[in-house]
Design a protein around this ligand. Structure first.
Ligand code: ATP
Length: 355
Protein backbone atom coordinates (compact mmCIF):
# COMPACT_ATOMS: atom_id res chain seq x y z
CA UNK A 1 0.00 0.00 0.00
CA UNK A 2 1.32 3.41 -0.86
CA UNK A 3 1.12 6.33 1.56
CA UNK A 4 -0.53 8.43 -1.10
CA UNK A 5 -3.43 5.93 -1.45
CA UNK A 6 -4.73 6.73 2.00
CA UNK A 7 -7.56 8.97 2.84
CA UNK A 8 -6.59 11.45 5.42
CA UNK A 9 -9.19 12.19 8.07
CA UNK A 10 -6.76 13.59 10.61
CA UNK A 11 -4.93 15.96 8.33
CA UNK A 12 -8.33 17.29 7.35
CA UNK A 13 -8.96 17.91 11.02
CA UNK A 14 -5.64 19.54 11.74
CA UNK A 15 -5.87 21.78 8.70
CA UNK A 16 -9.34 22.78 9.84
CA UNK A 17 -7.86 23.66 13.21
CA UNK A 18 -5.03 25.69 11.79
CA UNK A 19 -7.31 27.49 9.36
CA UNK A 20 -9.64 28.25 12.26
CA UNK A 21 -6.71 29.60 14.19
CA UNK A 22 -5.41 31.74 11.37
CA UNK A 23 -8.88 32.93 10.41
CA UNK A 24 -9.54 33.96 14.00
CA UNK A 25 -6.28 35.88 13.93
CA UNK A 26 -7.22 37.40 10.60
CA UNK A 27 -10.62 38.42 11.88
CA UNK A 28 -9.04 40.01 14.93
CA UNK A 29 -6.72 41.94 12.70
CA UNK A 30 -9.37 42.95 10.23
CA UNK A 31 -11.55 44.17 13.05
CA UNK A 32 -8.53 46.20 14.16
CA UNK A 33 -8.95 44.88 17.67
CA UNK A 34 -6.28 45.71 20.17
CA UNK A 35 -6.66 42.24 21.57
CA UNK A 36 -4.57 41.01 24.40
CA UNK A 37 -1.39 39.15 23.45
CA UNK A 38 -1.65 35.47 22.73
CA UNK A 39 0.00 33.24 25.26
CA UNK A 40 1.06 29.68 24.88
CA UNK A 41 0.76 27.19 26.41
CA UNK A 42 -3.00 26.89 26.81
CA UNK A 43 -4.41 26.52 30.26
CA UNK A 44 -5.82 23.08 30.57
CA UNK A 45 -6.83 23.59 34.16
CA UNK A 46 -4.58 20.93 35.68
CA UNK A 47 -6.26 19.16 32.85
CA UNK A 48 -6.20 15.60 31.76
CA UNK A 49 -3.39 16.56 29.44
CA UNK A 50 -1.09 16.75 32.41
CA UNK A 51 -2.26 13.62 34.09
CA UNK A 52 -0.99 10.08 33.89
CA UNK A 53 -1.84 8.63 30.53
CA UNK A 54 -0.59 5.04 30.93
CA UNK A 55 -3.69 3.06 31.66
CA UNK A 56 -4.60 -0.48 30.99
CA UNK A 57 -7.29 -1.01 28.41
CA UNK A 58 -8.84 -3.94 26.71
CA UNK A 59 -7.23 -4.14 23.31
CA UNK A 60 -9.88 -6.31 21.70
CA UNK A 61 -10.78 -3.67 19.14
CA UNK A 62 -7.28 -3.80 17.75
CA UNK A 63 -7.43 -7.59 17.52
CA UNK A 64 -10.83 -7.52 15.86
CA UNK A 65 -9.84 -4.81 13.44
CA UNK A 66 -8.32 -5.39 10.07
CA UNK A 67 -4.66 -4.70 10.28
CA UNK A 68 -3.03 -2.11 8.10
CA UNK A 69 -6.24 -0.28 7.28
CA UNK A 70 -7.23 3.13 8.44
CA UNK A 71 -10.67 3.44 9.86
CA UNK A 72 -12.59 6.45 11.05
CA UNK A 73 -15.43 4.72 12.84
CA UNK A 74 -14.01 3.79 16.22
CA UNK A 75 -17.01 4.75 18.26
CA UNK A 76 -17.23 3.07 21.63
CA UNK A 77 -17.49 4.21 25.19
CA UNK A 78 -13.77 4.95 25.22
CA UNK A 79 -13.71 6.91 21.99
CA UNK A 80 -13.75 10.24 23.79
CA UNK A 81 -10.64 9.16 25.58
CA UNK A 82 -8.74 7.43 22.78
CA UNK A 83 -10.16 9.38 19.82
CA UNK A 84 -10.84 7.90 16.40
CA UNK A 85 -8.65 5.32 14.81
CA UNK A 86 -6.09 6.47 12.28
CA UNK A 87 -4.04 3.35 11.61
CA UNK A 88 -3.50 -0.11 12.99
CA UNK A 89 -1.04 -2.89 12.43
CA UNK A 90 1.55 -5.12 14.00
CA UNK A 91 4.46 -3.54 15.83
CA UNK A 92 7.37 -4.91 17.77
CA UNK A 93 8.08 -2.82 20.87
CA UNK A 94 11.78 -2.85 21.68
CA UNK A 95 11.35 -2.45 25.42
CA UNK A 96 15.03 -2.28 26.29
CA UNK A 97 16.25 -0.73 23.04
CA UNK A 98 18.43 -3.80 22.51
CA UNK A 99 16.56 -6.07 20.14
CA UNK A 100 16.81 -3.93 17.01
CA UNK A 101 20.34 -3.71 15.68
CA UNK A 102 21.97 -0.62 14.18
CA UNK A 103 21.32 -2.16 10.74
CA UNK A 104 17.60 -2.10 11.52
CA UNK A 105 17.24 -5.85 11.83
CA UNK A 106 15.39 -7.59 14.59
CA UNK A 107 17.15 -10.39 16.43
CA UNK A 108 15.62 -13.67 15.29
CA UNK A 109 14.38 -14.77 18.73
CA UNK A 110 12.27 -11.61 18.94
CA UNK A 111 10.56 -11.83 15.56
CA UNK A 112 7.45 -13.51 17.00
CA UNK A 113 7.00 -10.87 19.71
CA UNK A 114 5.00 -8.40 17.68
CA UNK A 115 1.81 -6.96 19.07
CA UNK A 116 -1.36 -5.40 17.72
CA UNK A 117 -1.05 -1.65 17.83
CA UNK A 118 -3.28 1.18 16.81
CA UNK A 119 -2.81 4.86 16.43
CA UNK A 120 -5.82 7.01 17.17
CA UNK A 121 -6.24 10.76 17.05
CA UNK A 122 -5.34 10.86 20.74
CA UNK A 123 -3.07 7.95 21.58
CA UNK A 124 -0.87 5.10 20.49
CA UNK A 125 -2.19 1.88 21.97
CA UNK A 126 -0.28 -1.39 22.07
CA UNK A 127 -0.76 -4.35 24.37
CA UNK A 128 -2.18 -2.90 27.55
CA UNK A 129 -0.46 0.48 27.16
CA UNK A 130 -1.99 3.75 26.09
CA UNK A 131 0.49 6.51 25.34
CA UNK A 132 -1.24 9.84 24.97
CA UNK A 133 -0.14 11.81 21.94
CA UNK A 134 -0.12 14.89 24.16
CA UNK A 135 2.93 13.39 25.85
CA UNK A 136 4.71 12.66 22.56
CA UNK A 137 7.12 15.34 21.38
CA UNK A 138 8.40 13.83 18.16
CA UNK A 139 9.26 10.74 16.17
CA UNK A 140 12.74 9.98 14.87
CA UNK A 141 12.89 7.96 11.69
CA UNK A 142 15.85 6.91 9.57
CA UNK A 143 14.81 6.72 5.91
CA UNK A 144 14.65 3.22 4.59
CA UNK A 145 14.51 1.45 7.94
CA UNK A 146 11.61 -0.44 9.45
CA UNK A 147 11.90 1.03 12.91
CA UNK A 148 11.11 4.41 14.44
CA UNK A 149 11.36 5.98 17.88
CA UNK A 150 8.78 8.03 19.75
CA UNK A 151 10.19 10.63 22.14
CA UNK A 152 7.75 11.25 24.97
CA UNK A 153 7.45 12.78 28.42
CA UNK A 154 4.78 10.66 30.09
CA UNK A 155 3.69 11.65 33.58
CA UNK A 156 4.20 9.48 36.62
CA UNK A 157 2.67 9.99 40.00
CA UNK A 158 5.07 9.95 42.91
CA UNK A 159 4.30 8.48 46.32
CA UNK A 160 3.32 11.91 47.60
CA UNK A 161 0.77 12.48 44.87
CA UNK A 162 3.03 14.78 42.87
CA UNK A 163 3.16 14.41 39.11
CA UNK A 164 6.58 14.00 37.63
CA UNK A 165 7.49 13.93 33.95
CA UNK A 166 10.60 12.37 32.50
CA UNK A 167 11.75 11.58 28.99
CA UNK A 168 11.10 8.10 27.72
CA UNK A 169 11.91 6.83 24.23
CA UNK A 170 9.74 4.10 22.73
CA UNK A 171 11.32 2.20 19.85
CA UNK A 172 9.08 0.21 17.52
CA UNK A 173 9.62 -1.94 14.49
CA UNK A 174 6.96 -2.31 11.80
CA UNK A 175 6.38 -5.51 9.85
CA UNK A 176 7.54 -4.01 6.56
CA UNK A 177 9.25 -0.87 5.31
CA UNK A 178 6.01 0.35 3.71
CA UNK A 179 4.22 -0.02 7.01
CA UNK A 180 6.99 1.84 8.86
CA UNK A 181 6.53 4.74 6.43
CA UNK A 182 2.76 4.62 6.95
CA UNK A 183 3.11 4.67 10.75
CA UNK A 184 5.45 7.65 10.58
CA UNK A 185 3.22 9.44 8.06
CA UNK A 186 0.23 8.94 10.36
CA UNK A 187 2.14 10.41 13.32
CA UNK A 188 2.99 13.40 11.14
CA UNK A 189 -0.69 13.80 10.32
CA UNK A 190 -1.41 13.98 14.05
CA UNK A 191 0.77 17.09 14.10
CA UNK A 192 3.70 15.35 15.71
CA UNK A 193 7.10 16.59 14.57
CA UNK A 194 9.03 14.01 12.56
CA UNK A 195 12.78 14.09 12.67
CA UNK A 196 13.62 12.35 9.39
CA UNK A 197 17.22 11.22 9.38
CA UNK A 198 19.20 9.78 6.47
CA UNK A 199 19.60 6.06 6.05
CA UNK A 200 22.58 5.00 8.22
CA UNK A 201 24.32 3.70 5.09
CA UNK A 202 24.33 7.10 3.40
CA UNK A 203 27.54 8.08 5.12
CA UNK A 204 29.42 4.94 4.05
CA UNK A 205 27.99 4.40 0.55
CA UNK A 206 28.40 6.96 -2.18
CA UNK A 207 24.94 8.17 -3.05
CA UNK A 208 24.55 7.12 -6.65
CA UNK A 209 20.91 6.86 -7.62
CA UNK A 210 21.85 5.06 -10.85
CA UNK A 211 23.90 2.48 -8.99
CA UNK A 212 22.54 -0.86 -7.83
CA UNK A 213 21.94 0.31 -4.25
CA UNK A 214 20.74 3.78 -5.06
CA UNK A 215 17.14 2.83 -5.78
CA UNK A 216 17.01 0.50 -2.79
CA UNK A 217 18.46 2.87 -0.24
CA UNK A 218 17.39 6.30 -1.28
CA UNK A 219 14.18 6.12 -3.25
CA UNK A 220 11.53 6.50 -0.56
CA UNK A 221 8.41 8.59 -0.54
CA UNK A 222 9.04 11.84 1.33
CA UNK A 223 7.36 12.13 4.71
CA UNK A 224 5.62 15.44 5.04
CA UNK A 225 6.02 16.90 8.46
CA UNK A 226 5.42 20.09 10.35
CA UNK A 227 7.75 22.96 9.51
CA UNK A 228 10.21 23.59 12.35
CA UNK A 229 9.17 26.50 14.57
CA UNK A 230 11.44 29.55 14.80
CA UNK A 231 11.35 31.21 18.20
CA UNK A 232 13.15 33.86 20.20
CA UNK A 233 14.03 32.78 23.74
CA UNK A 234 14.53 35.61 26.24
CA UNK A 235 16.24 34.29 29.33
CA UNK A 236 16.84 36.23 32.52
CA UNK A 237 20.02 34.66 33.93
CA UNK A 238 19.33 36.27 37.33
CA UNK A 239 15.87 34.76 37.73
CA UNK A 240 15.23 32.24 40.45
CA UNK A 241 18.46 33.25 42.18
CA UNK A 242 20.46 32.22 39.11
CA UNK A 243 18.77 28.85 38.53
CA UNK A 244 17.09 29.86 35.28
CA UNK A 245 19.99 28.92 32.96
CA UNK A 246 20.08 25.40 34.40
CA UNK A 247 16.30 25.11 34.18
CA UNK A 248 16.35 26.12 30.54
CA UNK A 249 19.27 23.94 29.43
CA UNK A 250 18.23 20.86 31.39
CA UNK A 251 14.45 20.95 31.16
CA UNK A 252 13.16 23.10 28.32
CA UNK A 253 15.87 23.11 25.66
CA UNK A 254 15.98 19.29 25.19
CA UNK A 255 12.21 19.30 24.59
CA UNK A 256 12.43 22.19 22.11
CA UNK A 257 15.27 20.43 20.26
CA UNK A 258 13.30 17.18 20.06
CA UNK A 259 10.42 19.18 18.62
CA UNK A 260 12.71 20.59 15.92
CA UNK A 261 12.55 24.18 17.18
CA UNK A 262 15.06 26.64 15.78
CA UNK A 263 15.85 28.98 18.65
CA UNK A 264 17.87 32.04 19.26
CA UNK A 265 18.56 32.41 22.97
CA UNK A 266 19.24 35.91 24.27
CA UNK A 267 20.30 36.31 27.90
CA UNK A 268 19.27 39.61 29.40
CA UNK A 269 22.09 41.74 30.73
CA UNK A 270 20.14 44.34 32.69
CA UNK A 271 16.67 45.32 33.86
CA UNK A 272 14.69 46.61 30.88
CA UNK A 273 16.63 44.51 28.34
CA UNK A 274 13.71 42.11 27.71
CA UNK A 275 11.41 45.07 27.12
CA UNK A 276 13.72 46.59 24.54
CA UNK A 277 14.18 43.20 22.80
CA UNK A 278 10.41 42.70 22.58
CA UNK A 279 9.92 46.22 21.29
CA UNK A 280 12.42 45.85 18.46
CA UNK A 281 12.81 42.22 17.37
CA UNK A 282 12.01 41.20 13.81
CA UNK A 283 8.80 39.14 13.49
CA UNK A 284 10.06 37.71 10.21
CA UNK A 285 13.03 36.09 11.93
CA UNK A 286 10.93 34.58 14.71
CA UNK A 287 7.42 34.19 13.33
CA UNK A 288 6.40 31.47 15.81
CA UNK A 289 6.79 33.45 18.99
CA UNK A 290 8.79 34.45 22.03
CA UNK A 291 9.52 32.21 24.99
CA UNK A 292 10.30 33.94 28.28
CA UNK A 293 12.48 32.03 30.72
CA UNK A 294 12.33 33.57 34.16
CA UNK A 295 9.80 34.89 36.61
CA UNK A 296 6.90 37.27 36.38
CA UNK A 297 9.15 40.28 35.89
CA UNK A 298 10.54 39.14 32.56
CA UNK A 299 7.09 38.28 31.20
CA UNK A 300 5.86 41.69 32.27
CA UNK A 301 8.73 43.34 30.40
CA UNK A 302 8.06 41.33 27.22
CA UNK A 303 4.37 42.26 27.13
CA UNK A 304 5.18 45.89 27.79
CA UNK A 305 7.79 45.81 25.03
CA UNK A 306 5.29 44.35 22.56
CA UNK A 307 2.73 47.00 23.48
CA UNK A 308 5.14 49.86 22.81
CA UNK A 309 5.73 48.80 19.19
CA UNK A 310 4.39 50.86 16.31
CA UNK A 311 3.04 47.58 14.84
CA UNK A 312 1.35 46.70 18.08
CA UNK A 313 -1.74 45.20 16.42
CA UNK A 314 0.45 42.51 14.90
CA UNK A 315 2.66 42.36 17.99
CA UNK A 316 -0.16 41.40 20.33
CA UNK A 317 -1.03 38.38 18.22
CA UNK A 318 2.41 36.82 18.46
CA UNK A 319 2.49 33.79 20.76
CA UNK A 320 4.33 34.31 24.04
CA UNK A 321 5.40 31.23 25.99
CA UNK A 322 6.58 31.08 29.58
CA UNK A 323 9.07 28.69 31.14
CA UNK A 324 8.75 29.20 34.89
CA UNK A 325 12.27 29.67 36.24
CA UNK A 326 11.92 32.63 38.59
CA UNK A 327 11.46 32.91 42.30
CA UNK A 328 7.89 33.99 41.69
CA UNK A 329 6.02 32.23 38.89
CA UNK A 330 2.50 33.13 39.90
CA UNK A 331 1.53 34.45 36.45
CA UNK A 332 2.03 31.16 34.61
CA UNK A 333 0.36 29.24 37.42
CA UNK A 334 -2.62 31.58 37.48
CA UNK A 335 -3.04 31.95 33.73
CA UNK A 336 -1.88 28.60 32.37
CA UNK A 337 -2.25 26.19 35.28
CA UNK A 338 1.27 24.77 35.18
CA UNK A 339 4.26 25.45 37.35
CA UNK A 340 6.95 23.01 36.30
CA UNK A 341 9.23 23.80 33.36
CA UNK A 342 8.76 20.42 31.64
CA UNK A 343 4.96 20.70 31.50
CA UNK A 344 5.27 24.31 30.32
CA UNK A 345 7.69 23.25 27.55
CA UNK A 346 5.40 20.40 26.51
CA UNK A 347 2.48 22.74 26.12
CA UNK A 348 4.60 25.15 24.11
CA UNK A 349 5.72 22.49 21.64
CA UNK A 350 2.12 21.42 21.24
CA UNK A 351 1.46 25.06 20.27
CA UNK A 352 -1.63 25.43 22.36
CA UNK A 353 -2.61 29.08 22.21
CA UNK A 354 -4.60 31.19 24.58
CA UNK A 355 -5.25 34.89 24.20
N1 ATP B 1 20.65 40.48 33.72
C1 ATP B 1 19.86 41.10 34.62
N2 ATP B 1 20.38 41.61 35.73
C2 ATP B 1 19.60 42.17 36.66
N3 ATP B 1 18.26 42.27 36.60
C3 ATP B 1 17.70 41.77 35.50
C4 ATP B 1 18.45 41.15 34.46
N4 ATP B 1 17.61 40.71 33.51
C5 ATP B 1 16.37 41.08 33.93
N5 ATP B 1 16.41 41.70 35.10
C6 ATP B 1 15.30 42.20 35.93
O1 ATP B 1 14.99 41.24 36.94
C7 ATP B 1 13.63 41.36 37.28
C8 ATP B 1 13.10 40.08 37.91
O2 ATP B 1 13.17 39.07 36.97
P1 ATP B 1 12.28 37.76 37.00
O3 ATP B 1 10.90 38.06 37.43
O4 ATP B 1 12.48 37.10 35.70
O5 ATP B 1 13.01 36.87 38.07
P2 ATP B 1 12.58 36.43 39.52
O6 ATP B 1 13.62 35.52 40.06
O7 ATP B 1 11.22 35.92 39.54
O8 ATP B 1 12.59 37.76 40.22
P3 ATP B 1 11.85 38.18 41.52
O9 ATP B 1 12.76 37.83 42.62
O10 ATP B 1 11.62 39.62 41.31
O11 ATP B 1 10.58 37.41 41.59
C9 ATP B 1 12.96 41.70 35.97
O12 ATP B 1 11.85 42.54 36.18
C10 ATP B 1 14.05 42.40 35.15
O13 ATP B 1 13.80 43.78 35.06
Amino acid sequence: MDATDLENPTSRNSSQKSSRRSSSRRSQKSAGQQSSPTVFPEKRGKSRSLRQKHVAVDNKDAKKGKNHERRTDTVDERSNFVGFEVYSGKLFYDRKNKSIGADGHLSSNKKADTTDARLTSKALIWGSTVLSLEDVISVSYNSGLQHFTLHAYPAKNSLFGKTHRARKDFRFMASTLDEAILWVTCFAEQNIYINVLPHPATSSIKQDTDGPLGGVLFDYPPIKCRTPQRILVILNPRSGHGRSIKVFHEKAEPIFKLAGFHMEVVKTTHAGHAKSLASTFDFGAFPDGIVCVGGDGIVNEVFNGLLTRSDRTEAVSIPVGIIPAGSDNSLIWTVLGVKDPISASLLIVKVALQP
